[in-house]
Design a binder for this molecule. Structure first.
Ligand code: NAD
Length: 298
């Protein structure tokens, strides 16, 4: 049994911490929101009075926080968790954050004598509940080896992507593909509508032809062809447009910093920015097809 501090018990962190409890670990949790604490307690997480109190006796610390600034603020500095933890603690950051903050997280962990991995996830709240997340991990071999058995309790596929920040890099590259491909599929359905093509006919052709992709075959943005997709329930998330926009912005920050040309990534970011600004942040990201449909070019 390992003593694990879990900081950030929100939509993802709560069920992930619960899966560590189910596996028999001693999980000490902390969050700023009382409702998140109560939900975690119901999953068997032992509540700590503060994040510092939670990490003081832990062998492993998992953070699942909104963004890079939250992770850096919580972990670094004289009042941070790296200072509060016993030397040699393993820190696993599973938040989706910018690559620069992820590298700063690793450097500060190392300076404080800790091991660390960045280990963002895909699979959403359903994957967090069912312990079927994919973990994309960056960090040294030894830290990855130590983290892996715990990640396997929360996920199904664990990929070591490389050194510090490589997990975050893989996450934002993947989600840039996703954002672009959802817009591509949406535009194709809207063009098909204008040309008198039924949704099912386009789906039957494209899903077995070279237009095949996850945004079409698993997450189809029109109701009908894929009954489980959010289009069949009024675009309730799923994966909210606000989160897609967050990840696209991270991809563009990384593209600017590294000098990569991502014209379609930039266009997808602009389109999701406009979609979100019209009150759609809370809708599933596949709802962008409704917005595309209103952009009549005639
Ligand atoms: P969330 O907002 O539900 O949870 C974040 C939690 O962190 C909140 O409960 C908040 O109170 C807590 N928090 C913030 N600062 C804190 C601090 N200093 N100490 C303790 N707790 C603190 O978000 P979420 O949906 O659980 O997502 C968490 C991360 O996972 C994000 O980076 C998100 O981009 C990523 N992610 C989310 C999904 C998804 O489908 N929700 C999928 C993949 C990745």
């Amino acid at each position: 049994m390992t003593t694990i501090a879990f900081i950030g018990l929100g939509n993802m962190g709560g069920p992930m911490a619960g899966n560590l409890v189910k596996a028999g670990h001693n999980v000490l949790g902390f969050d700023l929101v009382p409702a998140a604490l109560e939900a975690a307690r119901a999953r068997g997480v032992v509540l700590a009075d503060s994040a510092k109190a939670a990490v003081a006796t832990a062998e492993v610390v998992v953070t699942m926080l909104p963004s890079g600034k939250h992770v850096i603020a919580a972990t670094t500095g004289a009042e941070g968790l790296f200072e509060a933890a016993k030397p040699g603690t393993l820190f696993i950051d599973s938040s989706t954050i910018d690559v620069a903050s992820a590298r700063a997280f690793h450097e500060a962990a190392k300076a404080a004598g800790h091991a660390s991995v960045d280990a963002p996830v895909s699979g959403g709240v359903g994957g967090a509940e069912a312990a079927t997340l994919t973990f994309m991990v960056g960090g040294a071999d030894a830290a990855f080896g130590a983290a892996r058995p715990l990640l396997e309790l929360m996920g199904k596929k664990i990929v070591h992507c490389g050194g510090a920040g490589a997990g975050q890099a893989a996450k934002i590259c993947n989600n840039m593909i996703l954002g672009i491909s959802m817009i591509a599929v949406s535009e194709a359905f809207v063009l098909g509508e204008k040309l008198g093509l039924s949704h099912q006919a386009l789906f039957d052709v494209a899903s077995t032809s070279s237009g095949q992709c996850w945004s079409l075959t698993t997450y189809c943005p029109v109701p009908g062809p894929v009954p489980a997709s959010p289009a069949n329930r009024g675009y309730q998330p799923g994966f909210a447009a606000a989160l897609m926009l967050k990840d696209l912005k991270l991809s563009q920050e990384a593209a600017d910093a590294s000098g990569a040309a991502t014209a379609l990534g930039a266009a997808a970011t602009a389109l999701y920015t406009a979609f979100a600004a019209e009150g759609n942040e809370g809708k599933d990201f596949s709802g962008i097809i409704e917005w595309v449909r209103t952009r009549d070019d005639t």
